[in-house]
Design a binder for this molecule. Structure first.
Ligand code: UDX
Length: 423
């Protein structure tokens, strides 16, 4: 099939490479010539395992090309997939500027009966706004469909190649048939529903997972008052088949480019439709309060942050990515610097620094980051940190393990004061 993907951000590039790998003719379109030139060379502007190899392979096999020209990209497309960004507005509501712009720009080049698919995360009901925008700029018949994305950063290629399910939101039979045919090779269950349901499925999945994480964080906080260990609790509840052992790890709250944004958007939608007591509103608030609450507690354990040297391990929002969006480090480091700490941070892939602060260094190694630290904070479960041989310390050193990766006894025997989450 001839497929054009508009927007070569994270979702757009991964989807383009994967659809191409199933033998489709894929064109990736972006208005940014720099991005397109670098993609043509097989380079992506972020770290994602397996992606560059697949990109190069598919471009070599001529299944995948990139362009900045709407005219070239849309003219022969049977399916146009919009995967542009949908950032949040300050109110928490979704900003549809890029989606609307893409619709305006693609419309004049559409051929008869093209399917325009929205992959970006958008609120239910959006097609009522988008349809007239396209219709005002074309005379041909076109269809709209929703195709939400469920990939995770760090495993995006594998998630897209082997999805748990494909969700198609469409009404017309011809659209359902073509999108089903496109996704047959993925060998995954295909859920075909109306567009509003597809869009709610996306928000519900993310809101549920965010709720699950918030819930276990709350239980972890209770464990700290009574000597229970949250890991034991997770093991014990997980054998109940309705609950399970996975995706329950407590920590500093959820971060990344999706959960905080999607939960806030759903909360904003709930308020808009006057569901003011909806649980998602509370989930978003609890997550925002989590890091300040824990920092307060850690501050009292170390006797205040002023003049303390803090070694931070992990700047990305999770392992196997260099994405720092809503990463704990970006909330914690500025706060520590404000309170007068000296901060040395290390991450295997992510690079970040606050502007103009001589008390901050991004270290080149984990060893350099934790050297002479009064407090070590492990923020991300990078394999490098899990396997790291922490040295014996002579001076009092607080060891904050925000992912519960280490044994308290072992670290205590090396001289550290260990602090995990909910244990
Ligand atoms: C998420 C969804 O998983 C994915 O389906 C959706 O398409 C996009 O959003 P992603 O943001 O890449 O994917 O990361 P994920 O691995 O789900 O983690 C999200 C956040 O939750 C991270 O901050 C992570 O540290 C945190 N998390 C995850 C926990 O705190 N505990 C867990 O048990 C799992």
């Amino acid at each position: 099939m001839n497929i054009t993907i508009i927007g070569t951000g994270f979702v757009g590039v991964v989807s383009a490479a994967v659809y191409a790998s199933f033998g489709n003719n894929v064109i990736g379109l972006d208005i940014d010539p720099k991005k397109i030139n670098s993609l043509k060379l097989g380079k992506v502007p972020f770290f994602e395992p397996k992606l560059e190899d697949l990109l190069i392979q598919q471009q070599n096999s001529k299944n995948l090309t990139f362009t900045t020209s709407y005219e070239k990209a849309i003219a022969d497309a049977q399916i146009v997939i919009i995967a542009v960004g949908t950032p949040s507005l300050p109110s928490g509501a979704v900003d549809l500027t890029y989606i609307k712009q893409a619709c305006e720009d693609l419309a004049p080049h559409l051929k008869e009966n093209t399917i325009v698919v929205i992959k970006s995360t958008v609120p239910p009901g959006i097609f009522k706004e988008i349809k007239p925008i396209i219709a005002s700029k074309t005379k041909v018949n076109f269809y709209l469909a929703a195709l939400p994305e469920f990939l995770k950063e760090g495993t995006a290629v594998d998630d897209t190649l082997n999805p748990d399910r494909i969700v198609i939101g469409a009404i017309e039979e011809t659209v359902i048939n073509q999108l089903t045919k496109l996704h047959q090779p993925f060998n995954a269950p295909i859920v075909t529903v109306k567009p509003e349901s597809a869009q709610m499925i996306k928000y519900t999945a993310n809101a549920y997972l965010a709720t699950r994480i918030t819930f276990i964080n709350q239980i972890a906080d209770l464990c700290e008052h009574n000597g229970a260990d949250i890991n034991d609790v997770i093991e014990g509840i997980g054998y109940d088949k309705r609950i399970g052992h996975h995706y329950w790890y407590p920590g500093l709250g959820y971060g990344g480019s999706c959960f905080p944004k999607d939960v806030n958007e759903l909360a904003s939608y709930a308020k808009k439709v006057k569901e003011d007591k909806n649980l998602v509103i509370t989930i978003g608030k609890l997550n925002e309060q989590r890091i300040p609450k824990l920092l307060n507690k850690y501050s009292s354990l170390i006797g205040g942050w002023k003049n303390k040297t803090i070694g931070i391990l992990g700047i990305s929002f999770k392992p196997n990515t260099n994405d720092t969006r809503e990463a704990p480090a970006l909330k914690i480091i500025p706060e520590l610097l404000n309170k007068g700490s000296i901060v040395n941070a290390f991450d295997p892939k992510a690079i970040w620094s606050p502007s103009n602060n001589s008390n901050y260094t991004q270290a080149k190694t984990a060893k350099e980051a934790i050297n002479k630290a009064d407090c070590i904070m492990v923020l991300v479960e990078w394999p490098e940190f899990i396997n790291y041989k922490f040295p014996k310390v002579e001076k009092p050193t607080l060891f904050i393990d925000t992912r519960n990766l280490f044994e308290a006894e072992k670290l205590s025997s090396l001289g550290y004061t260990y602090q995990g989450i909910g244990r």
